[in-house]
Design a protein around this ligand. Structure first.
Ligand code: HEC
Length: 227
């Protein structure tokens, strides 16, 4: 009992330091022994495949798996896996489509179009008009789509879907083969539409300072992208 309460106090002291509420549950942190990582006695080592479900592919494409796909294959996969939510013309979800109600509030699902509209009064944000990196498109589809079965698409089918989307957006030739190398050479139309700029930094006084380089009255495309 005395050991328990001593550890409780120890844990509570740590909780404040680490800002982690779970530390308050009376656990002494495991101590590394002899330079080894601490061992907790449960769980298994995740495989690279399991880890890859959680690791985003960065813009430079590091970690892209091998595989390849074409517009034609992508069109077929799209018709099976994507059309019911994103529309036959990639125009997004409209009336009568099978979009679950909880998704209806998430933009309009439109994937192409809107090029050149970002600095107008009615900007249209799509992969074509907005996304700066094709590698992000591969990564996003692979990890999140279709929303009903994220991670279920093969790597090559994701390359094929990218070929289809970018082909429809006239960003690449419809005859292009997209693989882990050619994907890196895709020049997205809005690639240069972003500026380096600090996000608003909260000041200790509670005031907010915005980046002096951000164009006034425009939040897009003068922001860094969170995707
Ligand atoms: C069940 C409906 C559903 C299906 C099927 C689906 N999506 Fe989506 N998709 C969504 C929703 C909802 C979002 C918006 C998610 C968000 O904003 O967090 C989205 C967003 C996207 C985006 C990002 C668009 C943007 O500009 O933010 C892409 C790209 C995309 N989907 C591609 C696909 C592809 C490719 C497929 C087929 C493999 C697919 N989706 C299948 C519902 C779906």
């Amino acid at each position: 009992m005395s050991g328990f309460s001593a550890r409780l106090a120890f844990g509570a002291a740590f909780a404040g330091v680490l800002m982690g509420s779970f530390m308050a549950k009376a656990q002494t942190p495991p101590q590394p022994s002899g330079g080894d990582a601490p061992r907790y006695g449960f769980g298994t080592t995740p495989s690279p495949a399991e880890l890859s479900r959680f690791h985003a592919i960065p813009p430079d494409g590091r970690g892209l798996p091998s595989g390849s796909g074409t517009y034609v294959r992508g069109q077929a996969v799209y018709a099976q896996q994507c059309v019911k939510c994103h529309g036959a013309k990639l125009e997004g979800w409209g009336k009568g489509m099978m979009m679950p109600p909880e998704h209806a509030a998430m933009g309009d699902g439109r994937l192409i179009g809107g090029r050149g509209s970002l600095r107008t009064a009615n900007p249209v944000f799509t992969v074509e008009s907005y996304w700066p990196y094709a590698t992000t498109l591969w990564d996003y589809i692979k990890r999140t789509m279709p929303t009903t079965a994220p991670g279920s698409l093969s790597d090559s089918d994701v390359y094929a879907l990218v070929a289809y989307l970018l082909g429809e957006a006239n960003i690449i030739e419809k005859s292009a083969v997209v693989n882990e190398q050619t994907l890196l050479t895709v020049a997205m139309p809005n690639r240069e539409g972003f500026i380096d700029g600090a996000r608003p930094q909260p000041e200790p006084t509670g005031t907010v300072q915005t980046s002096p380089t951000r164009p006034s009255g425009q939040s897009q495309p003068g922001t860094t992208m969170g995707r």
